[in-house]
Write a protein that binds this ligand. Structure first.
Ligand code: GEK
Length: 261
């Protein structure tokens, strides 16, 4: 089940191994991300709104590092449909797009497959097909794209390999296409950096995480999740050829940027 409560770091661990997206994490992921990332639910909901605005007919949408498919589902329910006549002469929707959802964790993808199946079963209308791919986003070809979502995934890619991935995304986007990039971010000013971390930890405490859970999770993410400043993100995106780049959402040290081709 993927609706369990996250208590992975609730008891003292002798050896805190580097964080991995394994079966244990997959089973609590929706609870974990909602209670850990301020604004997560807003970002997911607005991804749908952005899909409505930017997805072009006969194009692809990519959800890179899709986890359990939250961004995929949000896009899927907002991609504009072509209205066509069926045999009975009634109007029905028909999608001309495809969503490619990629994750390199087999455990996350297994849960994602179940989420997509449930979505298929509970929606009477024909929905945009989802192509689930188990693989590294760094090896994923990006072609004919009108929308690419990197929702809290780039932060796990080795720093020196990020520019190459963003360049391939920029190259694979159609004119007028959009990249939505959400990340945990860092700040140059040490005082502000400290304040954002403190406020984030207060957010987690208010959501029921103990000090032990917060500190053990922090150790597990050391050297695994590497945040950069907003300025570093903006500069790299501009260098990759995006014509308009800026933040559309931020809460403490979590932000989301829109980059337009
Ligand atoms: C959401 N976007 O719910 N290739 C493919 N997948 C990767 C890679 C990689 N190189 N590195 C990490 N992942 C989601 C949330 S979670 C963010 C994204 C978080 C995958 C990893 O397996 C995990 O599923 C996801 O990226 C990051 O909107 O947990 O902080």
């Amino acid at each position: 089940m993927n609706n369990d409560r996250d208590n992975i770091y609730a008891t003292p661990l002798l050896d805190i191994a580097g964080f991995r997206f394994d079966q244990t994490v997959a089973s609590v992921f929706p609870d974990m991300i909602k209670r850990s990332v301020p604004g997560y639910e807003t970002i997911i909901a607005m991804t749908g709104t952005l899909a409505e605005r930017y997805v072009q007919p006969n194009s692809r949408c990519y959800d890179l590092g899709c986890s359990l498919g939250a961004s995929t589902i949000a896009m899927r329910h907002h991609i504009p449909y072509k209205s066509v006549k069926n045999n009975g002469g009634e109007n029905r929707g028909e999608s001309t797009c495809e969503i490619v959802a990629v994750d390199n964790s087999e455990d996350m993808l297994d849960q994602c497959r179940a989420v997509i199946q449930k979505d298929d079963d509970s929606t009477p209308a024909e929905l945009t097909p989802v192509n689930l791919v188990c693989g590294n986003v760094q090896d994923t070809p990006i072609t004919n794209a009108s929308m690419v979502v990197l929702n809290f995934t780039l932060q796990f890619i080795p720093m020196e390999q990020r520019a190459e991935l963003l360049q391939r995304i920029a190259d694979g986007l159609l004119p007028g296409g959009v990249l939505v990039l959400s990340e945990k971010v860092a700040f140059d000013d040490p005082q502000h950096q400290e304040l954002m971390i403190e406020l984030h930890h207060n957010f987690k405490r208010a959501n029921g995480y103990s000090d032990l859970e917060i500190s053990q999770k922090r150790s597990a993410l050391d050297d695994v999740l590497m945040p950069e400043t907003l300025e570093a993100h903006r500069n790299r995106l501009r260098k990759a050829g995006f014509s308009s780049v800026d933040v559309w959402f931020q809460c403490f040290n979590f932000a989301s940027l829109i980059a337009l081709k």
